[in-house]
Design a binder for this molecule. Structure first.
Ligand code: MN
Length: 746
């Protein structure tokens, strides 16, 4: 144990007094901390922190101990955590910055507090690292957060205090801190329902990143505040009276708009300050009367206001019956004021208001009286599920997770009427995965509000969704085109990885058997020969192709009996990437045509949106800045332009036989409208084993019909066969492939 050092050696008299004052304030800020045993624990933690940070001062010159004291104060007062949280907050920098270890803290304060401090220390490391390392550590952070959400709450308090005192941080770190705050901490605060903290973090980041904008907007707010106030008073006066008559205790206030949110709207909607700021918004917070539910009372108050002002019916938002995923509850409505402007009104009970401001912590406070699973619990559960998938790419995971933080939600229902919250933009397939992984794997479509829809159908709030499955269904590459949730994506990837492994194992066995028959065994020389011959980039790809039946080993013996390459040839082959180790990215040899195989993992290529080439088409590949290959039809206008301007980045490409991947092709059909022609068309297409219909759109007028059909196909050969078959249907006039279409893939 380190020796005890008296405070006097390090602090001036004033500083000592100030420290003592802040410690007292901290203890008073936390109601639970007033109990003698808790008070002692806090003082013990303070003493350890003080000793650990002895003699250290922040850049501003003030003693370092002010920082943990302030963080603990935020944790107690603004977030509302109890003693353990306050103690961990006091100790949050001790392990990171001093000689004390997590074990020391465990001995002194027990394993729970030690593990929170440990989580906080790891977090510190997370942001000091390079990007990829960060992502991995971020996963660890989320894991510790799911274990104990206090880690992230204390970190948010730490960040808030650092932002409030950004001038005492090292200058070279300031912009980085402000950027990070906006990137991850503010969204996290939002997702945890810590509205006040989120707003302050955003405002402070803006203040640092765009000081001029910040100054200008805050000046304008001050200038217009008086006018604003008088309009609010005028609007709320009659409401005031009505509510008093009804016996309510309540408060009506103007809803403050944060500087950041105003700026954000100005940017997004390209509007001047006035048009955003002048939209009035008020909030009514009431103490519920006994004997009636809060929900009923919100609607009663709403109804009272409609007696005074006309409501805008399409602007009513009911977050009471279905709270937001971060736990937010309120009734939002818009009314026409007497001077001809729309006014937004939020109606909340005191409890709802506290949840809206303090979010997570308040949520726990009220949860004690109810056993209902809250939306926050559901969210944490979802993160836990995501984290359970260990070999997911962590950078991708970070992106997906961030998407999840920002997504607004919609509410959909199961056939039994159970509520499911999905991110905005989610499809029927996303929902299938949300309910159960196997439901996702087997999903073939859905019924939305009793109507049949495809997997890619974008859900809308209020939809009732029945997932349709088939035992024969298996995950498809095309699914990546329209799944949006991190969960669905990772589950589909998982399925493909599993499938690939199975084929690799199968392929290895087949090859082994084949070689044994020839009295040979697998060795690196044989593998190299086979890889070269069958155009496999590595051992796994060779096995995969054999296992999947894409390689016939009939001519293998001939290949193996071939004389080895002479030295020069071998050197040349190696230098162009044939001897790649399996974990290396295959290099692109621009002098030889690129072979487009089924194995999409080998080359990072996508098909261009402008011309949608499919296997069999004459194609070229364009290598973009990220080394990604984009395939264009050779006669595509964009491709022609690229060839003339970026000739050095163009690589000729050739399709290999494709049996796994499908591509979208569009055909246009015209003909004479006759009874049953549509069913004849769809029958021919669905009987065709080599194509899959994605959508069909038929319009008929004056006896003539025009149809556009989107298909998933493997090769132009298949498409040409189908076109021939369609031409044979009586009444069909033309069947053409549409080379260019503007449809976007989603
Ligand atoms: Mn800190």
């Amino acid at each position: 144990m380190k020796e005890d050092i008296l405070m006097e050696e390090f602090y001036t008299k004033e500083e000592q007094e100030e420290i003592q004052l802040q410690l007292n304030e901290l203890i008073n800020a936390c109601p639970k901390c007033l109990a003698e045993i808790n008070k002692k624990l806090i003082i013990k933690a303070f003493k350890l922190a003080d000793r650990a940070h002895k003699g250290i001062r922040r850049k501003s010159g003030e003693p370092y101990i002010f920082h943990p004291l302030a963080v603990a104060h935020i944790v107690a007062e603004e977030i509302g955590l109890g003693t353990k949280g306050v103690v961990a907050a006091l100790l949050h920098d001790v392990v990171e910055d001093t000689d004390y270890t997590v074990e020391d803290i465990s001995t002194m304060f027990g394993p729970k507090i030690a593990s929170i401090v440990d989580g906080l220390t790891k977090l510190e490391v997370f942001f000091d690292n390079t990007e990829s390392k960060q992502a991995e550590n971020f996963r660890k952070l989320l894991l510790s957060m799911v274990e104990d959400v206090r880690v992230i709450l204390i970190k948010l308090a730490d960040r808030l205090h650092n932002m409030r005192t950004l001038d005492s941080m090292p200058e070279n770190k300031r912009l980085k801190i402000a950027g990070e705050t906006l990137y991850i901490y503010a969204p996290l605060a939002h997702r945890l329902g810590l509205y006040a903290i989120k707003t302050e973090l955003e405002d402070l980041s803006l203040k640092y990143e765009h000081p001029n904008v910040y100054e200008e907007i805050s000046k304008k707010i001050v200038e217009s505040s008086l006018r604003q106030l008088s309009r609010i008073n005028e609007f709320s006066a009659p409401i005031n009276e009505k509510l008093k008559e009804a016996g309510y205790e309540f408060e009506i206030k103007g809803r403050p708009k944060s500087i950041y949110s105003i700026w954000n709207k100005m940017q997004k909607k390209d509007l001047p300050f006035e048009e955003i700021y002048d939209v009035l918004a008020i909030r009514i917070v009431f103490k519920p009367l006994p004997g009636m539910s809060e929900k009923t009372q919100c609607w009663t108050i709403y109804s009272m206001i409609t007696d005074i002002y006309k409501p805008k019916p399409d602007r009513l938002r009911d977050w009471i019956s279905v709270p937001k995923a971060n736990g937010y509850e309120a009734l939002h409505a818009t009314f026409m004021s007497s001077y001809g402007n729309w006014v937004e009104v939020q109606i909340r009970s005191e409890r709802m208001d506290e949840i809206a401001e303090k979010g997570f912590a308040a949520h726990w406070k009220y949860k004690e009286n109810s056993d209902q699973e809250s939306e926050i619990d559901n969210w944490l559960k979802r993160i836990r599920e995501l984290l359970e998938n260990p070999d997911d790419d962590s950078l991708e995971f970070l992106d997906d997770f961030k998407l999840n933080l920002f997504a607004s939600e919609i509410v959909v229902f199961t056939p039994k009427g159970d509520k499911i919250i999905m991110p905005n933009g989610a499809t029927a397939l996303d929902m299938a995965f949300e309910i159960h992984t196997d439901l996702g794997y087997r999903c073939i479509g859905a019924k939305v509000n009793y109507k049949l829809v495809p997997l890619s159908y974008k859900l809308k709030s209020g939809d009732q969704v029945e997932i349709l499955t088939s035992k024969k269904q298996i995950p498809k590459w095309e699914w990546f085109d329209f799944v949006t949730t991190a969960k669905a994506k990772s589950r589909i990837k998982q399925a493909f990885r599993k499938e690939r492994k199975i084929f690799i194992n199968k392929g290895e066995k087949i090859l082994e058997k084949h070689l044994t028959e020839k009295k040979l065994s697998i060795n690196s020389k044989i593998l190299r020969k086979l890889q070269t011959h069958y155009n496999a980039k590595n051992k796994d790809e060779l096995y995969f192709k054999i296992g999947k039946g894409l390689i016939d080993l009939k001519d293998a013996s001939k290949v193996l009996s071939d004389k080895p390459y002479n030295k020069w040839v071998r050197y040349w082959k190696l230098s162009f990437g044939f001897g790649n180790k399996s974990d290396e990215k295959p290099k692109v040899d621009k002098k030889k045509p690129l072979l487009l195989t089924d194995d999409k993992e080998q080359f990072n290529y996508t098909v261009a949106n402008c011309c949608h080439p499919i296997p069999g088409d004459d194609v070229i590949a364009y290598q973009d800045d990220d080394d990604k290959l984009i395939l264009h039809n050779r006669n595509c206008k964009v491709a022609i332009k690229l060839m003339s301007s970026h000739g050095d980045r163009i690589i000729p490409a050739q399709w290999e036989s494709q049996k796994i991947l499908s591509y979208i092709a569009v055909i246009k059909i015209t003909g004479i409208d006759s009874l049953g022609i549509v069913s004849k068309l769809t029958k021919v297409i669905s009987d065709d084993q080599n194509v899959n219909m994605r959508s069909i759109h038929i319009e008929s007028h004056d006896g003539i019909f025009e149809g556009v059909i989107h298909l998933y196909i493997h090769h132009t050969k298949d498409l040409n066969n189908l076109i021939l078959k369609l031409m044979k249907i009586k009444g069909i006039h033309t069947v053409t492939r549409q080379e260019r279409q503007n449809e976007k893939r989603h």
